[in-house]
Write a protein that binds this ligand. Structure first.
Ligand SMILES: Nc1ncnc2c1ncn2[C@@H]1O[C@H](COP(=O)(O)OP(=O)(O)OP(=O)(O)O)[C@@H](O)[C@H]1O
Length: 250
C-alpha cells in the first residue's frame, strides 16, 4: 500500500491555543478516510495542515505526490450565491492549463472542464448560474472544480453540510465512484451515511484515534438513522491502533 500523505507527529496552535496534538496519520492509495469529531475538534485545521495552507511548527508532513495531485473542496460557508458566475466558470477556476491564454480560456481548458462536469453528471448545467443550483448540485460543481487537475487524492471538508438526505447520499455515491481511481478524505458529521462508504475513520478531538473499518462494520447498524459519534465509537471499541501505537479514548 503506497502512502500518499504521511502526517508525522504534528501539532498545531492558533496563537497560544493548541488545536492539534501529536497527530500521526497515513493516507494510503485508494483510501476512503472519514474524519469525524466534535465541533472545534480540529478537523478543518488538519485538512489545511495537510494541504500546506497552515504551516506547522512541530512534526512533519511528507507528500509523496505533487501539489496538483491533491484536490480540495473547502467548507462552503462563505459562498455568495448571488455572484453571476456559471457552473462552467466555477470549474474553469480549478483548471491549471499550461497553455493558459492571457484573456479567457482555451478550447482545451473548456473541454477539460466539461469532462469534469460530466464526471459529476452536471454537464447539462454548465451554463446555469451557480446561485440557481440546488445545494447538492452546487457541491457537485465544486467537486468538478477539484477534479480538473486529475488529482490522485481529494480532500473534502463537510461536502454534505446543508444538503438534504437524498442529496447527501448522491454525493457519497459520487465519492464512492471517484474512489475507484482516487483516494478520498472527507470531514463529515453524517456518520451513518459515511459508514456505508468509509474504509477508515479518524476521530479528531485535538488528539487522534484511528480506526480501520475492515472487520468492524458488522458491529454497527449503519441503517440506523441517528447514529451519533458516541455510539459509533463505543461500537468500534474504546481503543484502536494508530500507526503502531495504541491510543486510549479520553
Ligand atoms: N483562523 C483561526 N484563528 C484562531 N482560531 C481558529 C482559527 N480557525 C479555527 N480556530 C479554532 O481552532 C479550533 C479548531 O477549529 P476547526 O475549524 O479545525 O475545527 P473543526 O473540527 O473543523 O470544527 P467544525 O466541526 O465546527 O467545523 C476551534 O476552537 C476554532 O475556534
Amino acid at each position: 500500500m503506497k502512502k500518499l500523505i504521511e502526517v508525522k507527529n504534528i501539532s498545531y496552535s492558533y496563537d497560544n491555543t493548541n488545536v492539534l496534538e501529536n497527530i500521526t496519520l497515513d493516507i494510503i492509495d485508494n483510501d476512503f478516510l472519514a474524519i469525524i469529531g466534535p465541533n472545534g475538534g480540529g478537523k478543518s485545521t488538519l485538512l489545511k495542515v495537510m494541504l500546506g495552507l497552515l504551516k506547522i511548527k512541530s512534526g512533519q508532513i511528507i507528500k509523496n505526490l505533487k501539489n496538483e495531485d491533491i484536490g480540495y473542496v473547502p467548507q462552503n460557508t462563505n459562498l455568495n450565491t448571488d455572484f453571476p458566475i456559471t457552473a462552467l466558470e466555477v470549474v474553469l477556476m480549478g483548471h491549471k492549463s499550461k497553455k493558459r491564454k492571457l484573456f479567457g480560456f482555451s478550447k482545451e481548458d473548456i473541454d477539460a472542464a466539461m469532462t469534469s462536469l460530466k464526471e459529476v453528471e452536471m454537464q447539462d448545467f454548465a451554463n446555469s448560474k451557480i446561485g440557481d443550483l440546488s445545494g447538492g448540485q452546487r457541491q457537485r460543481v465544486f467537486i468538478a472544480r477539484a477534479l480538473c487537475t486529475n488529482p490522485k487524492i481529494m480532500l473534502l471538508d463537510e461536502p454534505t453540510a446543508s444538503i438534504d438526505v437524498k442529496g447527501q447520499k448522491e454525493i457519497y455515491e459520487l465519492l464512492k465512484e471517484l474512489n475507484k481511481t482516487i483516494s478520498i478524505v472527507v470531514v463529515s458529521h453524517d456518520i451513518s451515511i459515511l459508514l456505508n462508504y468509509a474504509k477508515n475513520v479518524a476521530h479528531i478531538n485535538k488528539k487522534l484515534v484511528y480506526h480501520h473499518l475492515k472487520n468492524t462494520k458488522e458491529k454497527i447498524d449503519t441503517e440506523k438513522e441517528h447514529l451519533c459519534e458516541v455510539e459509533l465509537l463505543s461500537a468500534l471499541g474504546k481503543t484502536e491502533i494508530c500507526c503502531n501505537q495504541t491510543h486510549q479514548l479520553g
